[in-house]
Design a protein around this ligand. Structure first.
Ligand SMILES: [Zn+2]
Length: 199
């Protein structure tokens, strides 16, 4: 978080001291409010009342916007806006996330390791799910008895029978799409031949 005391010590202009995505402390937030009557003063957006530049046909003002309970510097934006002219919200969000990750000690390497870990985890889990033995299951749809492997997304002891799967795949009307998509069937009931409709 950037503080008023750091800014004073830096002897920089505020526009040089702050980078887009920086969290500012309360005292900088109050500076935005009080240095001049603000150009915009909302519960989620404050803009210093002196134009910084003229861009894209209108004046721009130094802007902070609220993200959760924090005030984040968003650059020099048109009145009522929190993206710099020509920039978009995703750029701002990326800058903000990079800075908040850095502040929390999360490096890009940590993020990559986390992504890799969860991927490896998923593969392991999928293998575990597929390896469950074929057992007798209650059909979650009609209550009948069927055989299959437990799918993680069904309550223990529940699966789906062949008749009910066939029904879910039938169109609601002559011309309409299937009652449920294959994606939905996969999410709810697992893989055909493995979890339901087993040989
Ligand atoms: Zn059934």
């Amino acid at each position: 978080m950037k503080t008023r005391a750091q800014w004073n010590a830096s002897r920089q202009n505020l526009t040089d001291f702050l980078e887009i995505g920086d969290e500012v402390d309360e005292s900088i937030m109050w500076y935005f409010v009080k240095v001049l009557p603000p150009a915009c003063y909302r519960s989620d957006l404050i803009q210093i009342g002196e134009p910084y530049d003229f861009k894209g046909g209108a004046e721009t003002f130094m802007t902070i916007r609220k993200m959760g309970s924090s005030w984040i510097y968003a650059g020099c934006c048109h009145v009522g806006h929190s993206d710099e002219p020509g920039a978009n919200y995703l750029d701002f969000l990326a800058a903000y996330q990079a800075k908040s990750h850095a502040a929390a000690g999360i490096t890009p390497a940590t993020m990559a390791a986390a992504a890799e870990y969860s991927e490896a985890d998923e593969v392991r889990d999928a293998a575990k799910k597929a390896d469950k033995p074929i057992t007798q299951l209650a059909c979650a749809c009609c209550g009948g008895v069927t055989r299959g492997r437990q799918w993680f997304n069904q309550d223990r002891g529940y699966g789906i029978c062949g008749d009910c799967i066939a029904w879910l795949r039938k169109p609601k009307s002559d011309t309409g799409p299937a009652r449920e998509s294959e994606g939905y069937i996969r999410d709810c009931y697992g893989i055909e031949g493995k979890h339901f409709n087993v040989a």
